[in-house]
Design a protein around this ligand. Structure first.
Ligand code: GDP
Ligand code: MG
Length: 168
């Protein structure tokens, strides 16, 4: 099994931390070498059964001018080409404008399965998790699966990988 996974989310939600946990120091090696015009390979996760290539989607903030607009459109085109999308949000903060901007773009993605990763659950009292997840189900695309995770602690990350690889 092999495929491309595009990771998206506003700054500081934990995308790099998650990738580091999954592919470790290979990230630094890859990001220096492999690069396409549209997206950067951030790392490759390899096991006997699977190879997953992670790509980032840079510049996903709201564009301020036409160059920015062009760059954002290019970045989002990677989403249509990926085999799966991981949309990462921060469980310790309320859904905000930065999240909503990305969610609006994700609504235009029709064929690629989108996984909602609710990160930093270690910062959240367990009883608040349901409410956080619910806030990302209103006015949003239909998530393929929802994973509460902690990129720093590793909670639920093996299960996430297993599921996504199974769906490739
Ligand atoms: P990125 O901008 O989305 O790549 O976010 P980073 O991976 O750089 O993480 C931003 C900050 O959030 C860093 O200080 C991380 O240590 C912290 N962080 C990332 N994941 C977690 C998590 O699961 N739990 C907690 N408590 N902090 C996290
Ligand atoms: Mg980062």
């Amino acid at each position: 099994k092999s495929g491309f996974v595009a990771i998206i989310g506003r700054p500081n939600v934990g995308k790099s931390t998650l990738l580091n946990r999954i592919v470790g120091e290979k990230i630094a090696i890859m990001s220096n070498k492999a690069q396409t015009t549209r997206n950067k390979i951030q790392g490759i996760y390899t096991t006997n059964e699977a190879q997953v290539v992670f790509i980032d989607t840079p510049g996903v903030h709201k564009p301020q001018n036409s160059l920015g607009d062009y760059m954002v459109k290019s970045a989002f085109s990677a989403l249509h080409e990926a085999d799966a999308i991981w949309f990462v949000v921060d469980a310790s903060q309320k859904r905000g404008g930065g999240d909503n901007y990305i969610i609006d773009r994700l609504k235009e993605v029709t064929k690629t399965p989108i996984y909602l990763l609710v990160n930093k659950v270690d910062l959240l009292p367990k009883e608040e998790l349901f409410e956080v997840i619910q806030s990302y189900q209103e006015d949003a695309p239909a998530w393929k699966e929802i994973f509460p995770i902690s990129a720093t602690e590793g909670d639920n990350v093996p299960e996430l990988l297993e599921t996504v690889i199974g769906d490739l």
